[in-house]
Design a protein around this ligand. Structure first.
Ligand SMILES: [Fe+2]
Ligand SMILES: [Fe+2]
Length: 374
């Protein structure tokens, strides 16, 4: 039986935990004075990149876009919009299917944001350090505005979101409810946040809907900091793990990667969409297979903003991939190419530009606020 600490793989006291549900441990007087400053720089910057999804100064949800006539994403970027599936549909239906696939994707992003919100609050419940708690509470506040932002986007474009995909739903459930800290931090802060950063960079680069483009940029200004929190954990933990502990983290990350790679965007997960167009999901799967085999998938992985490529880069940069599991990723991504690239995550430039813009908006608002008080 592992001791609780071995279970969490805690190597730095700033990640110490109390038992889930043990609120009394939070009232212990000695705890308040033991506050880490490791996250103060990130916490301090939240004021600069503040934004509000309910305020038109930041984002205008009245921005028009006709989802029945225009493609939100170029159709050639969607695996279903090729070959036999495309041939079965008229032009209006092709636009309809393409945009429903985007609706499904954005719905799953919304569920992922809810997962990140609930996971952040679950960290507040178990982390003992007041500085780590403050970071997690702050992340929860930012994830809450992402939930609001994506809900509003889906609301104005389609009305309601799709239900969560089975695989993502199971994974979010596991990450939110597990009391094990390393699973939460590797699973959410590194894997899913890395995946989200890639998905946002991709949407930002290719979408034709200016509202979606704006929304993902604003979200990216926050996510860039969440990603940094994961890196701080890895920097303070990975090198101090024993060989067997390190293997546990590495194997668990590889398991999650494979689960996500093969299931996240597969046809079965999206079966609810095809039914609306009178298409049988198993027929769609066969039709897509003819055009979109593993070779196509591998060549797509080479693109800088490909979501899984970003994820592998994140794990590699954090030292979570070693020779033991390198082969699992090497089947999909050119690892030598990744080794020689800078550690900057794709999307970082978009986030930096967004932060500069928010600083200007927020500075102006503070000046107006001061005048009103005077
Ligand atoms: Fe988020
Ligand atoms: Fe996040």
């Amino acid at each position: 039986m592992p001791t609780p600490d071995e279970g969490h793989l805690t190597k730095d006291p700033i990640y110490d935990t109390v038992e889930q549900g043990d609120f009394r441990a939070m009232l212990e007087v000695g705890r308040y004075g033991q506050r880490t400053d490791a996250f103060d720089a990130i916490i301090g910057q939240t004021r600069d990149h503040f934004w509000d999804p309910m305020d038109k100064a930041y984002i205008d949800f009245d921005t028009p876009f006709d989802v029945t006539r225009e493609y939100i994403l170029p159709p050639e970027r969607l695996q279903e919009l090729t070959g036999a599936v495309k041939d079965r549909l008229d032009e209006g239906q092709q636009i309809g299917l393409a945009n429903e696939i985007v609706r499904w994707t954005v719905s799953n992003i919304l569920h992922g944001e809810q997962g990140a919100l609930s996971l952040s609050t679950s960290l507040v419940d178990i982390l003992r350090d007041p500085g780590a708690q403050e970071y997690a509470a702050n992340q929860a506040r930012e994830e809450a505005r992402h939930v609001t932002g994506f809900s509003r986007y889906i609301g104005v474009r389609w009305g309601t979101p799709y239900p969560v995909g089975d695989v993502l739903g199971d994974m979010l459930d596991e990450l939110v409810t597990t009391p094990v800290v390393y699973k939460k931090l590797v699973g959410m802060q590194m894997l899913l946040e890395g995946l989200a950063m890639g998905a946002f960079a991709n949407l930002h680069k290719h979408t034709r809907d200016p509202l979606l483009r704006r929304l993902v940029q604003l979200v990216m200004t926050d996510e860039a900091f969440h990603h940094r929190f994961g890196r701080i954990w890895a920097d303070r933990t990975i090198a101090k793990l024993s060989q067997s502990e390190r293997d546990i983290v590495e194997d668990w990350a590889a398991d999650c990667f494979e689960k996500l790679l093969f299931n996240l965007v597969n046809i079965r997960q999206k079966r609810v969409i095809y039914a609306r167009f009178g298409l049988d999901w198993e027929w769609v799967r066969e039709a897509v297979r003819e055009n979109y085999d593993n070779n196509v998938r591998r060549s797509e992985m080479k693109e800088g903003t490909n979501v899984f490529r970003v994820l592998v880069k994140t794990l590699l940069g954090a030292g979570i991939i070693t020779e033991r599991t390198r082969h699992i990723y090497a089947g999909w991504v050119d690892m030598r190419e990744l080794d020689s690239e800078s550690h900057e995550i794709p999307g970082a430039a978009v986030a930096a530009q967004g932060i500069a813009e928010l600083q200007a908006i927020n500075a102006k608002r503070r000046r107006i606020g001061k005048k009103a008080i005077a």
